[in-house]
Design a protein around this ligand. Structure first.
Ligand SMILES: Nc1ncnc2c1ncn2[C@@H]1O[C@H](COP(=O)(O)OP(=O)(O)OP(=O)(O)O)[C@@H](O)[C@H]1O
Ligand SMILES: [Zn+2]
Length: 736
């Protein structure tokens, strides 16, 4: 047998693949790309993925090790999946093995078999009982199988049937035990489609002509304009063509209501993938989709990697949402990757948003994407009335201006709901001594500790450090220490005093720790009745609360002066999304924004002319400053307990890049990549580590990526900075 090695991607941070010898007696035909194998690597057992075989290797013969086991006969991943992995590894300059991990659910990564997703069940054999069944339970059981020939064991026992009853049906020859992948439930109570209004019809027509080939489409529709209805109609067409649809939603947008809306329209299994599932459920969802059992997959960011043999359409709802970008490890954007995936698969992508990101808007305006607009709210709902309310020199009660409180009073009296938005959880963002000015600061971060009352403690929202509330000032011993400013807890407390007759609910990460808690709250809100909701951005996105008619935004100012160049874009999106919760049904909505800067030109532009107009103005500014989307950006970040080393690594990186650029382009007057920095991150110290960054800007992507490739190689070789962690963030979402 001729010599060959197997090229394997391993889940280690190294940006390369590894050669192993095959199992004894196996020739190259045994090894197919996409199979999993078990190998020993640095004294650990790892599960890797075969990329191919080669007849030569650079590894010396005495260092070559045989792999330990082949885990699959049939490859788990197709050649097309591996091609996507290669794209990811190249584009994000990341280890190919770690990229591959994203394509496989945890259980498969650990080496489990596909059959672990199977569940015990029963199916009818197609035979009628030879003699009448005895007992009402047995008859009821048999009736179930006549309705639905395949049943899960767990579902049956949950309905009170026993193993003995199942056995006797099985002894009678009418059912038999099975072990199979469960099919996602298909809801029995169908919901009717709305008849689309003229704008929705136009949008549907424009986008559906793109089915069958790649095209990116921006569906820019104001909040409540019925974008989801357009998605549902598109999916209807895709399903009719025998294809599958992938729907990506932001992390907090995946409510049971959203899911039900999809399940109730279609007579097909809908799979779900999100972080609330356990490993086995994830494997099930993955397999249901990959095997084409599920025809629709709804999921958060990482669902974008799920293999879909008959993909026909990708929808990204709230495409501007930050949760589509992963902020550690492989820092990918699920939105951007979805575009690449759709391109390779030859299917369209619909990017939906009321407040599209400037990147997407730029692509739509320049004609690269199809641009479809919905400018009116669907049904009988009207756009909410927005009002800036200056609180400069105004007396405030519990942080609210008088007219705002009376507006609240009015809406509550009409049996409606009021949403108060403040993006700060806890009781007070600051604790200070009134006598000496001491402030409670985090020992590990350049940040103040937040006071929480329920239960009383001080909490760092950046590193999670917690401590008790000191009884006296540690600096002067005074007892005059107080919380300054207000967070959701305090506002809840104060509003309960002002409006004792209505429930005041708080919705933030502290009250809604689990998905279940959020779902319960959601159901409560939907049950109606006047109430006040005090919440953070958790309340902002995509939710449809029919009875909310007034939205009060308390701290719009916080985002206006951000030092991040995307600060204003993100603030405006948040304001519009929160405002968009008001008046989504018949009763008209109102939005009051309290501000100290009532003549802030951009805020006024947003309120007078809407998000689109503001976005155009921000785009002009970006163009002027040559910032994304008019240039391409990467961010090299370093962090270390050793401040000097963290900084020095970036200095060296900069010197290396300058030298390399000069060598590559000796005759160019201006370098194709501009380097900015290094400078300290806005919060320089976080969780005990000093953080620095170096910004890379380029007009052309290829120039940036050529430089990035040599940069990561250079940094991988720098062994003197052992205590420094660094990473390269391609298309970073924030520079904080
Ligand atoms: N053609 C229609 N006729 C009547 N009602 C409609 C129509 N289209 C949508 N609706 C209703 O209008 C409401 C808002 O629609 P939908 O949730 O699809 O909007 P959206 O654009 O996705 O909103 P958002 O961006 O704010 O999440 C829903 O209650 C929906 O059932
Ligand atoms: Zn901290």
């Amino acid at each position: 047998m001729s010599f060959f090695v197997v090229d394997i991607a391993l889940p280690v941070p190294l940006r390369r693949t590894f050669d192993y010898l095959p199992l004894a007696g196996e020739d190259a035909s045994f090894y197919k790309p996409g199979q999993r194998v078990r190998v020993e690597f640095a004294r650990q057992l790892l599960c890797g993925v075969v990329l191919g075989t080669r007849t030569t290797t650079e590894v010396p013969a005495n260092k070559l090790k045989p792999l330990l086991a082949r885990l699959d006969d049939t490859p788990l991943l197709q050649e097309s999946d591996l091609a996507l992995c290669r794209w990811l590894a190249d584009y994000y300059h990341h280890s190919p093995g770690e990229v591959l991990e994203h394509l496989l659910p945890t259980m498969l990564r650990r080496g489990c078999g596909l059959s672990e997703a199977d569940e015990r069940g029963w199916e009818s054999t197609g035979q009628e009982p030879a003699k009448p069944l005895r007992g009402s339970k047995q008859q009821a059981l048999w009736a179930l199988f006549q309705q639905q020939p395949q049943q899960l064991h767990a579902d049956l026992t949950a309905q009170g049937f026993t193993l003995a009853q199942l056995r006797s049906l099985s002894d009678a020859g009418v059912i038999r035990a099975t072990q199979r992948l469960p099919i996602p439930p298909v809801l029995q109570d169908r919901q009717q489609f709305h008849s689309l209004n003229a704008q929705q019809q136009q949008a549907l027509k424009a986008i559906s002509t793109e089915l069958g080939h790649f095209r990116a489409c921006l569906l820019e529709g104001v909040t409540g304009s019925g974008k989801t209805e357009v998605y549902l109609r598109l999916i209807e067409q895709v399903l009719a063509q025998g294809k599958q649809a992938l729907v990506l939603v932001p992390e907090i947008g995946l409510t049971p209501q959203t899911v039900r809306r999809f399940q109730a329209r279609f007579n097909v299994p809908v799979a779900l993938l999100h972080s609330g599932l356990n490993d086995r459920e994830r494997l099930q969802g993955w397999r249901q989709t990959r095997e084409g059992v599920a025809r629709i997959l709804i999921g958060t960011r990482s669902a974008v990697f799920t293999p879909m043999p008959e993909l026909g359409l990708i929808i990204i709802d709230e495409e501007h949402d930050g949760s589509f970008k992963q902020q550690d490890g492989l820092r990918y954007s699920a939105r951007d990757f979805a575009l690449v995936r759709a391109h390779k698969a030859g299917v369209p992508v619909v990017l939906g948003s009321a407040t599209p990101s400037l990147e997407t808007l730029h692509n739509a305006l320049s004609g690269k994407y199809l641009h479809v607009k919905l400018t009116l709210r669907a049904g009988n709902a009207k756009a909410p009335r927005m009002k800036l309310h200056s609180i400069l020199h105004q007396p405030l009660v519990a942080g609210f201006a008088e007219p705002v409180l009376s507006a609240m009073h009015q809406h509550l009296q009409n049996n409606k709901q009021v949403l108060v938005f403040i993006n700060r959880r806890g009781f007070a963002p600051l604790v200070a001594c009134r006598d000496c000015g001491w402030m409670a600061e985090c020992r590990r971060c350049d940040a103040r500790l937040t006071l929480h009352q329920l239960p009383p403690h001080l909490h760092c929202h950046h590193c999670d450090y917690q401590q008790g509330v000191p009884a006296a000032c540690p600096q002067c011993g005074s007892h005059q220490i107080d919380g300054l400013g207000q967070g959701t807890e305090k506002i809840q407390e104060q509003l309960t005093q002002i409006f004792p007759q209505v429930p005041v609910r708080r919705v933030d990460r502290d009250t809604v720790r689990t998905k279940q808690a959020f779902d319960d709250l959601y159901d409560d809100i939907h049950d109606g009745g006047s109430c006040i909701l005090v919440g953070t951005q958790m309340l902002a996105k995509g939710h449809h609360f029919p009875d909310v008619t007034l939205v009060v935004i308390l701290d719009a100012d916080a985002g206006l002066f951000s030092s991040d160049f995307r600060g204003m874009e993100h603030s405006a999106q948040l304001i519009c999304q929160v405002a968009g919760r008001a008046g989504r049904e018949e009763a008209p909505g109102e939005v009051w924004i309290q501000t100290l800067y009532a003549d802030h030109p951009l805020l006024n532009l947003l309120l007078d002319s809407g998000y689109h107009a503001l976005a155009l103005s921000l785009l002009q500014e970006r163009q002027h400053q040559q910032l994304p989307p008019y240039s391409h950006m990467a961010l090299l970040r370093s962090e270390s307990e050793d401040r000097h080393q963290a900084q020095q690594l970036l200095h060296d990186a900069r010197a290396f890049m300058q030298h390399w650029l000069q060598q590559q382009h000796p005759h160019l007057r201006q370098s194709p990549v501009n380097l900015l920095g290094p400078f300290p991150a806005i919060m320089e110290r976080r969780a005990g580590r000093f953080r620095f960054q170096l910004q890379l800007f380029a007009d052309e992507r290829p120039a940036l990526h050529r430089l990035a490739a040599v940069l990561v190689q250079y940094l991988d070789d720098q062994k003197q900075y052992r205590k420094v962690r660094w990473h390269l963030d391609i298309d970073p979402l924030d520079t904080i």
